[in-house]
Design a protein around this ligand. Structure first.
Ligand code: SF4
Ligand code: FES
Length: 248
């Protein structure tokens, strides 16, 4: 395949940035999207130009680093996958592909396609954990009965990889799907009950402090989420928040 790429280039957070046109040739349909980007970068390096900066790590849909907006969609034109799992067979010879960073006030651009998502880490640090007694008389986890349905739902929530596609795709730049997944994975389990009140209050407060918008039930986040995190998690987080605030 021969393709035209229009890629967002931005030197740093203060640069205005612009779309720059590139050509790549002989791209195999079996390549991943990131491998196609590697071909472009090799081309740029060989011609003495600066390669395009983009985030990636695992390249197998686990780490959530590969945040790109491709042809107006977070993680590109496929469902239930991250950018690194996107294959070039989703495109046609002669296509023009627009590649931009995830855009949200709370995710400032660092360079080209790389954005600062440490806001998610600060939210996580504010309550996304449980305290465990490691004094030597720890209760055997298998001695705590947990309903299969609760374990399954907690596991589903725990599959959130913190990629930020939900924020990038939301017209309000809301982080509610991400935060609700992190709240839900503990709210559904007995181990998460000790800090339940503080967790939801602190995580929601941090989410607001970071400048993310609110949820208006559009549902775009659920559609674009590579891990299929359900909107029901947002409803659960709202219930948890109501419970916490009514305790005073
Ligand atoms: S909820 Fe989905 S889209 Fe949002 S950060 Fe988690 S995995 Fe990514
Ligand atoms: S590089 Fe890890 S999820 Fe894509």
């Amino acid at each position: 395949m021969n393709l035209t790429l229009k890629i967002w280039r931005q030197k740093d957070a203060n640069d205005k940035g612009k779309l720059v046109k590139y050509k790549v040739t002989d791209i195999s349909e079996h390549m991943s999207f990131l491998e196609m980007m590697d071909v472009l970068n090799e081309q740029l390096v060989n011609s003495g130009d600066e390669p395009v900066a983009f985030d990636h790590d695992c390249r197998e849909g686990i780490c959530g680093m590969c945040s790109m907006y491709i042809n107006g969609q977070a993680h590109g034109p496929d469902r239930g996958i991250t950018t690194c799992q996107l294959h070039m067979r989703m495109f046609n010879d002669g296509d023009t592909i627009y590649i931009e960073p995830f855009r949200a006030n709370a995710f400032p651009v660092i360079k080209d396609l790389v954005v600062d998502r440490t806001a998610f880490e600060r939210i996580q640090q504010s309550g996304g954990f449980i305290s465990v007694n490691t004094s030597g008389n720890t209760q055997d986890a298998n001695a705590i009965p947990i309903a299969k349905s609760a374990a399954d739902e907690a596991m589903d929530a725990a599959t959130c990889i913190g990629c930020g596609a939900c924020v990038a795709t939301c017209k309000n730049s809301s982080a509610m799907l991400f935060v609700s997944a992190k709240v839900s994975q503990y709210a559904l389990l007995p181990q998460g009950q000790v800090e339940a009140t503080d967790r939801v209050m602190n995580m929601v407060a941090q989410m607001d402090a970071e400048g993310f918008g609110n949820c208006t039930n559009t549902g775009a986040c659920e559609v674009e989420c590579p891990k299929g995190i359900s909107l029901t998690n947002i409803a659960r987080m709202n219930r948890e928040y109501l419970k916490a605030t009514s305790k005073g």
